[in-house]
Design a protein around this ligand. Structure first.
Ligand SMILES: [Zn+2]
Length: 240
């Protein structure tokens, strides 16, 4: 990597340390950081599943920040490969010379988080070491955010499928359970989405359920691979 690349990373420290880097404890699901809807970096009410925030040419441009171990890098590429193998979406390493819009995978900030959709300029997927516990799942979750997809349990029709127990959720995280007006692309609600919270997400008492499926016995938020719904949504968004 060139020295210019390191400049970008240092720049990142300044920006993020001042605004977004709130240390989060790594529990069972470290993707639940202290950001908008848990792990989303876009500062204000953002729009997910918006076609205007797609990556052009069905291609996400990326850089890998410094400091990742060989195994961590392998997991990042595993995540990209799974998306690439199931959809028409491609990943291309940014050129230092001409790419100005790209995602940089970095382990500089705490937590696991991402900007949703293409923001323009440099944007981040933050992956601290704990984000690799359990393989490439969290990396893939954050990468799908960067491709423009929001959380499954925030979609506008979610009340038909899940019950939210707000009184059991840590007050500072209740906003992460609000519905958004995201485009579902006509894909049915998918409990097995990799973009779905677990049943105990942000619980005050960790043994309590904060989000429950209306269909008894359904497992949510424990997928380790792209679900059929995730795949279909990405394919429809990117017109595969
Ligand atoms: Zn997320």
């Amino acid at each position: 990597m060139s020295s210019g690349f390191h400049f970008h990373s240092l720049h990142f420290v300044v920006i993020i340390a001042g605004t977004n880097a709130i240390p989060v404890s790594i529990g069972k699901n470290p993707m639940l950081g202290q950001h908008y809807q848990g792990d989303i970096l876009n500062p204000l009410k953002f729009k997910s599943n918006v076609l205007s925030q797609q990556w052009p040419h069905k291609t996400m441009v990326y850089k890998i920040g410094f400091g990742f171990s060989t195994e961590e890098q392998r997991l990042i590429f595993d995540a990209m490969n799974e998306i690439q193998s199931k959809t028409c979406i491609k990943f291309r390493q940014a050129s230092y010379f001409w790419d100005r819009d790209y995602v940089i995978y970095t382990k500089v900030a705490t937590g696991c988080s991402a900007h949703v959709g293409k923001t323009g300029g440099q944007q981040f997927i933050n992956l601290e070491p704990g984000c690799f516990n359990g393989g490439h799942t969290i990396t893939m979750h954050e990468t799908i955010h960067a491709l423009g997809i929001g959380h499954e349990h925030n979609r506008p029709d979610r009340d038909n499928f899940v019950i939210i127990y707000y009184d059991r959720i840590m007050p500072e995280h209740r906003y992460a359970f609000e519905k958004d007006d995201s485009n579902t692309f006509g894909v049915p609600y998918d409990y097995s989405s990799i973009m779905h919270y677990r049943k105990d997400a942000f619980a005050i008492r960790p043994w309590e359920t904060t989000i429950a499926p209306k269909t008894m016995g359904t497992v949510m938020g424990e997928s380790t691979h792209l679900s059929n719904g995730d795949t279909e949504k990405l394919k429809r968004m990117y017109r595969c």
